[in-house]
Design a protein around this ligand. Sequence first.
Ligand SMILES: Cc1cc2nc3c(=O)[nH]c(=O)nc-3n(C[C@H](O)[C@H](O)[C@H](O)COP(=O)(O)OP(=O)(O)OC[C@H]3O[C@@H](n4cnc5c(N)ncnc54)[C@H](O)[C@@H]3O)c2cc1C
Ligand code: SF4
Length: 515
Amino acid sequence: MGGAALSIARSYDIVIIGSGAGGGTVAAELAPLVRDGLRVLVLERGPRFADADFTGRELEMAEALYRDGGAFLTQEGTLTLAFASAYGGSTVVYTGTSLTAPERVIRHWGVAGLDHADLARRCAKYARQNNVHLLDAPLINDNNRLFVEGARAAGYHVEQFPVNVTGCRGSSLCNLGCPNQAKQGTNRVQLPSAERAGVEVVTRADVRRIAPDRTLDVRVSERPAGGKGLPPDWAPGEYRVQAGIVICAGGAIGSPALLLGSALPARLPRLGEGFTCHPALIIVAEHPRAITNDVGHPKSFFVDHAAAEGFVLETCMYFPFVTAKSLAGFGASHSAVMRAFPRLQMILLLACDRAVSTNRIALDHAGEPVVHYRLTPETIDALVRGTRAAARIAFAAGALRVHAPAAPPLLEAADATRLEQRITARHFRPGSLAVSAAHLMGGCAMGRSAADSVTDAWGQVHGLPWLRVADASLFPDALEINPYLTIMALADRVAEGVRRDAATLLRRPAPAAHA
Ligand SMILES: Cc1cc2nc3c(=O)[nH]c(=O)nc-3n(C[C@H](O)[C@H](O)[C@H](O)COP(=O)(O)OP(=O)(O)OC[C@H]3O[C@@H](n4cnc5c(N)ncnc54)[C@H](O)[C@@H]3O)c2cc1C
Ligand code: SF4
């Protein structure tokens, strides 16, 4: 007996898979079509959280919000990836720094039909919608102030991040989900607006496969006993959802994985390829006195050396567990750093990696996504240069010692003048240091044809006009800055394309009668 016989049938004109930066944006932009009589559905694998669920407790929240607690391991075992599964996707856990894609990066992408001015205009629209602004001085803590002072003293140009908060209370818990409803993610802005306009959002709904006839196999799961989040919006069970147009917004791992596991009637040889993620290291520095570090908005300043040296430095403040797992070394020296927590300054180093075909999303024998990723020698060199720069900044800010990949992993103030000798590529062997990443990009790259990409510049999958992609997987290469506004801008374009094509696509073949 086939599973389909037991499935509950539903039918919609437009189905959006995933509700993060991309999916949430598309949902809001397509909501006006509901007034015209179209049925628009969002299927989200993760749960919908109530305000009271956000307790700020590190392990409890990491477990509830992130895939594998925020440490999804690559196949090679040398990099962990952080991404959320929730109503709002990773926007529930992002920090909310809001930058517009640099013109030089979009030019380098070379996607025919995608120009920087168009993206910048759309980024500005979402910056307004999400209340993006610079924080006032009282919300800037010592960790951020020391970064600014150190960067200026060391000769770096330092810039303030615009952030998307309303009523931020500086609890520094952004990456565990804001307990004060201050962060303006899609869970706070675009999805509620879409729902008010009649878009249906179903949570705990995992899309397992897209069939060539545009039906989706969907499994709706129960809320686990004692788990966080609300129950699912549909009764738990198996569903077959007939769609006129399908928009895949499952993120840079979710979308390629879903398309790879679906029997699509098109040849897409580049599907899954070109995954990038801005591999990141946390550089920790110890100061002589206690500083405000885990109080105040965590991320307000950055140094952008992407164009010149392939790295970006940002202020950051991680919670004890993440900090402990990110430090090199172990034993007494490791606990000494952890005991100094109230005196720690932290800097996040992001390397600008390049898309290579071998870094890619694939499926294992059980159909689950795996990520193949190797740090290239160029990326390792960028990490080395960035670590030296972070150490320079920390010492210039008055740090006594800096914890960084070196042998031994503690640099004393006397080392400040010989960072080139102390910090070298031989200490950055993959597997010997804790590299993580939270900017997951690529896998369904935009481009000209199926020979070089998966979609066109409007997110339309080559050869399948009814299938669109609207998330970070569209990036043909790394963005070199924090990506969420650019993802929203691209999703805005996808929605515009769908509005333009809906009449034609929904006529042929006629969508099945609504259940
Ligand atoms: C800790 C952290 C901090 C960050 N900070 C910033 C920042 O300050 N600024 C910035 O610009 N960016 C930041 N980012 C990155 C940013 O959050 C992401 O780039 C962005 O949210 C990605 O958008 P997306 O739509 O591609 O995917 P996501 O937002 O990850 O959404 C994908 C959604 O699809 C769902 N899904 C996947 N597959 C399926 C399926 N088969 N069926 C149903 N649902 C599915 C997932 O459950 C998920 O909810 C941060 C990320 C993290 C993890
Ligand atoms: S620092 Fe601001 S945005 Fe971040 S969790 Fe606290 S209140 Fe929310």
